[in-house]
Design a protein around this ligand. Structure first.
Ligand code: FAD
Ligand code: EPU
Length: 337
């Protein structure tokens, strides 16, 4: 196995933060994982599991062995009526897999087009966009248990998916490496265009309703709203949209009549963090090498040469201004290392 030493992580994170890793290994099979966790020289090294680095912020050099998950393969594993199950290696790129599904006339993931990252990271925060979450199409996953070296299978309920949450971010954090994910797709999709902008985009493109066109509409919307990490360093939404209790919402609505919200359940409601951040005057602010995106204030950006520490400090200032003005705690979506 090739282990690279003292390597810059700049190409391996979408913020483009230039920190060094002590060691980096490309993991393209389960046997490569076995080797890493069995060979005496690697045992004492702290490890870090890396996909495409699109939901992380590096704030310091990583004195670790970085395991870049590159396990490939997409295959159909079962079919029953209109349902089709596909098993995907953790290192496959999520959007490439979405395109594969569309090419094979399999519906279910079209609303999740163009989300950066790998399949193996998708369950970690139960990725979601445009009214669909991974959990809607998730069947099961396989993961390497670090302490035993065994491959275990998790079904949907065992993953305890929530809004940008799973058991792998919670109680099992740091204990498993996801090696493959099995999705349940359909040959007869019920298209989800409830997210207003999708229908409007399809209409403006003059396109009929099918999975490819829904995917194209989502890609179009995303490209107009979110910065391309290839052009401008970022990790998507830096914070989660806060879910607050109804009494706080009602008190705020008295003051801010235009406060936007999305229903969650009988006792709580979701507030767009982008709106809160914009209200505090952060939208489009530039601080030397870093800043807040001009169109989507939930996205913090690195114009080039910014450090993780600078971005983290900016995020903390945003959090405290939102707490002061609205009494709401913004929780980070991006994981800081
Ligand atoms: P990484 O950033 O490499 O890792 C994320 C976390 O998962 C780390 O803790 C890492 O240790 C762990 N991890 C990675 N792979 C594995 C594995 N195989 N086993 C165990 N742990 C692992 N997210 C959304 O939900 N919806 C969006 O619409 C969305 N839009 C985005 C837009 C942009 C422009 C960007 C840059 C990001 C966006 N994101 C979005 C966030 C990001 O795309 C997802 O969180 C994605 O799943 C991260 O994948 P990754 O491979 O880059 O993970
Ligand atoms: N808004 C403003 N000002 C702005 C932008 C947005 O007030 O400048 C308000 C508006 O009220 C708007 C609302 O924010 O209706 C929601 O904005 P948007 O549709 O852009 O979505 P979001 O809530 O900011 C979430 C996800 C995204 C996902 C999109 C689409 C989170 C934390 N973010 O963003 O996911 O792509 O919806 O479904 O839930 C990510 O997780 O990294 C990510 C990009």
């Amino acid at each position: 196995m090739v282990i690279e030493k003292n390597i810059s992580l700049k190409p391996f994170n979408t913020f483009g933060i230039d920190v060094k890793a002590q060691f980096l290994a490309n993991i393209d099979s389960i046997s490569a994982l076995d080797e890493i966790y069995r060979r005496a020289e690697f045992i004492p090294l702290p490890k870090f599991i890396l996909g495409s680095g699109s939901n992380i912020l590096f704030t310091k050099s990583q004195r670790k062995l970085i395991l870049k998950i590159d396990i490939k393969g997409i295959s159909q594993v079962a079919e029953k009526g209109n349902d089709v199950w596909i098993r995907v290696g953790a290192g496959e790129i999520w959007h490439q897999m979405v395109l594969w599904c569309i090419d094979h006339d399999l519906g279910g993931v079209e609303n999740l087009s163009l989300i950066p990252g790998t399949i193996g990271a998708a369950p970690i925060q139960n990725i979601g966009a445009y009214g669909v979450e991974l959990s809607d199409v998730f069947d099961s996953l396989e993961a390497f248990e670090i302490k035993s070296g065994k491959i275990l299978r998790f079904n949907k309920s065992q993953c305890q998916f929530g809004y940008r949450e799973s058991v792998f971010k919670g109680i099992y954090s740091g204990q498993f490496i996801i090696t493959s994910v099995t999705l349940k797709l359909t040959k007869k999709p019920k298209l989800n265009i409830a997210y207003g902008a999708i229908q409007a985009t399809l209409d403006s493109m003059g396109k009929e309703l099918n999975i490819r066109n829904v995917s194209d509409a989502v890609i179009h919307i995303r490209q107009t709203k979110l910065p391309d990490p290839g052009q401008l360093g970022n990790a998507g939404s830096f914070f989660k949209n806060p879910i607050i209790e109804l009494p706080l919402y009602e008190a705020l609505k008295e003051i801010y009549h235009e406060l936007p919200s999305f229903p969650v359940d009988d006792v709580s409601i979701k507030i767009p963090a982008a709106w809160l951040i914009a209200q505090c005057g952060w939208k489009g602010k530039k601080f030397d090498r870093i800043g807040v995106h001009e169109h989507q204030p939930l996205v913090l950006v690195n114009f080039g040469g910014g450090t993780g520490q600078e971005i983290l400090k900016l995020s903390e200032k945003i959090q405290s201004s939102i707490q002061k003005k609205f009494g709401i705690d913004l929780i980070r979506e991006v994981q800081v290392f």
